[in-house]
Write a protein that binds this ligand. Structure first.
Ligand SMILES: [Zn+2]
Ligand SMILES: [Zn+2]
Length: 311
């Protein structure tokens, strides 16, 4: 494990690691925010999922906590760097050690493993005993913007960072694979919080691409808490019975529907409207806001959505 002397010895690398993590989070979030919320020519403007926009104070909170998350990820990056420099971890720098094919394979495995890690830690953080301390701050973004993607409480940021810290001792990873994995993670997360549906209309019903989570998928997790916990793929939600029962319907409504022609820029914006499930969850949210620690019981979340008790 990294000792104090090892961390000091790595001091010259600290600014580079911090800068890289800041850029990894700030650039995708800024580009998405400018393109979707500032640029008047936003080609997805009629695909806003929820009718409401995040107020300026919410955006400021999201930016602030995203920067804090970047700092926590960077500290973890320093630990990974020190582990690599001292040969403690399985991180390697010469592609020839394992070859290009293994590099591509290890990236795919890392993404699939991270999706599982995210799904189950995310569900755990919805447990009433953990929700306030770990995850409530992220859910303050009811109508998320791209800056909500990494707006985590410090405890949640540590949980998210731990995935790589554990993996580097189990799976040999080239240092480029680590950065590619992080870039993919951040871009997908920013897309998931963009507030506008960016995926083609055919994706949810597609036999292969249907396993990908869309923006609507995660947006429903924010507007209608208690379903859609997945990050990149839909399979864990489907296996565990936690996919929002009206996910496909809402997606079709937002994107104009698979059978109807694509909306034109001159058409009326297609917006999300609350379903019975959403109203029920919104009422539960309002109870949560009054009683700061009254989150749903994990047993409720284990049950299929249709079988959950009404609150
Ligand atoms: Zn959540
Ligand atoms: Zn989220």
């Amino acid at each position: 494990m990294a000792g104090f002397d090892d961390l000091i010895a790595a001091l010259p690398a600290w600014p580079v690691i911090l800068g890289a993590h800041l850029l990894l989070i700030v650039v995708p979030a800024s580009v998405a925010f400018l393109a979707l919320y500032v640029w008047k020519g936003n080609p997805f403007r009629w695909r806003k999922i929820q009718p409401g926009f995040a107020p300026p104070h919410a955006i400021r909170r999201e930016v602030l906590y995203s920067l804090l998350t970047a700092l926590i990820f960077a500290l973890n990056g320093v630990f990974i760097y020190v582990s690599m420099a001292n040969g403690w971890s399985l991180v390697y720098t010469h592609v020839a050690d394992y070859g290009w094919l293994y590099g591509a394979f290890s990236l795919a495995v890392t993404i699939v493993l991270h999706d599982a890690y995210f799904y189950w830690t995310h569900r755990l953080m919805h447990h009433p005993r953990l929700f306030d301390r770990f995850h409530r701050l992220h859910h303050e973004s009811h109508s998320p913007s791209p800056w909500a993607a990494y707006a985590f409480a410090p405890m949640e940021a540590v949980v998210q960072a731990m995935f790589l810290t554990i993996l580097i001792f189990i799976l040999p990873l080239h240092v480029t694979v680590i950065y590619l994995f992080m870039l993919h993670m951040i871009v997908r997360n920013v897309i998931g919080h963009s507030g506008f549906e960016l995926f083609p209309r055919s994706v949810p019903a597609h036999p292969v691409l249907g396993v990908l989570t869309t923006t609507t998928h995660h947006d429903l997790h924010h507007s209608s808490r208690g379903s859609n916990y997945g990050l990149y793929f839909t399979w864990w939600d489907r296996l565990a019975g936690t996919e929002h029962p009206e996910y496909r319907e809402v997606f079709d409504r937002v994107t104009g529907g698979p059978e109807t022609p694509a909306a034109s820029p001159s058409s009326t914006p297609v917006t999300w409207s609350p379903t019975a499930v959403d109203i029920e969850n919104a009422e539960r949210d309002s109870v949560w806001n009054v009683n700061a620690c009254d989150a749903p019981d994990i047993a409720d979340l284990e049950a299929p959505i249709g079988a959950r008790p009404t609150r």
